[in-house]
Design a protein around this ligand. Structure first.
Ligand SMILES: [Zn+2]
Length: 271
């Protein structure tokens, strides 16, 4: 990674920050998967552990934006190092249990895309172009088909939260990404709103609340991030979550501070 960032002082500074904070828990791994996407993973080590297990970056050798990807993933790891909390516990109710897959998928996607909004400026200031901020989109959701699949399904207290949450998340994810160099996102956000209204006649109100949330930028300050995330999760009808923080531990992996009462976890997943 040093070699990749050798002509980018801002990148080297980020790498130093990440190394200093995560100590021996920081790992970089090369991957070689089609599509060229790179990733980061934070493994808190489960409910009982007090020290972070790993903070890992997987850099894709097939990427056409390797340097940008390295900076992007380093910025993801920088947020917890700067005091941003992240979700490591989900407490679903009975009605949520049929949608575990969606819940864990959204848990990681929503934190990812909100983080992008928090560090985009820093990425650009490091000297990298907006066109390399995210890897090219590989999946194109078919909202018209999804709206058709809801036709004739009666909304009940058991499934309505999911219909609301599914469309709200899709709208949010595309709407916020349209500022992040994702060229298809604006059109997809418009489509999501158009077809959501066929399933949920009041969806225009939800879409307006989501646009407000994005415009307020409360998520971009460390002091209001957790509160902003809780507001957003409510807008997408997400189950109750617990956040944790990382605390530097000189030369050792950071400590994990859980911001919720200990209880039996029902659903946990890594961000
Ligand atoms: Zn990302």
């Amino acid at each position: 990674m040093e070699k990749l960032l050798s002509d980018l002082p801002a990148g080297q500074a980020l790498l130093t920050q990440v190394r200093d904070f995560y100590g021996p828990s920081f790992k970089v791994e090369a991957i070689d998967t089609p599509g060229g996407a790179s990733y980061f993973h934070i493994d808190t080590g489960g409910a009982g552990s007090q020290a972070l297990r790993t903070a890992k970056i997987q850099l894709n050798l097939q990427s056409k934006r390797q340097r940008a990807a390295a900076i992007h993933e380093l910025l993801h790891l920088c947020l917890p190092a700067r005091g941003y909390a992240f979700i490591d516990r989900i407490t679903p109710e009975a009605k949520h249990c049929a949608r575990k897959e969606w819940i864990t998928d959204v848990q990681s996607k929503i934190q990812n895309v909100v983080a992008h909004d928090c560090f985009l400026e820093e990425f650009l200031e490091a000297g990298l172009p907006l066109s390399e901020f995210v890897s090219p989109r590989l999946d194109f959701p078919k909202y018209e088909e999804t709206a058709k699949s809801w036709r004739g399904i009666k909304l009940t207290p058991e499934n309505e939260w999911y219909a609301q949450g599914w469309w709200a998340f899709e709208y949010f994810n595309n709407y916020i990404s349209s500022e992040h160099g994702d060229l298809q996102a604006r059109q997809l956000a418009e489509n999501a709103e158009k077809y959501a209204i066929r399933v949920l006649p009041n969806f225009a109100d939800t879409a307006a609340l989501i646009r407000d949330w994005v415009a307020r930028k409360k998520h971009c300050s460390v002091g209001t991030y957790e509160e902003a995330m809780r507001e957003l999760l409510q807008l997408i009808f997400f189950p109750t979550v617990g956040f944790c923080l990382l605390e530097a531990a000189e030369g050792r992996p950071p400590n994990v501070l859980r911001l919720y009462a200990a209880q039996q976890p029902v659903l946990t997943a890594e961000p």
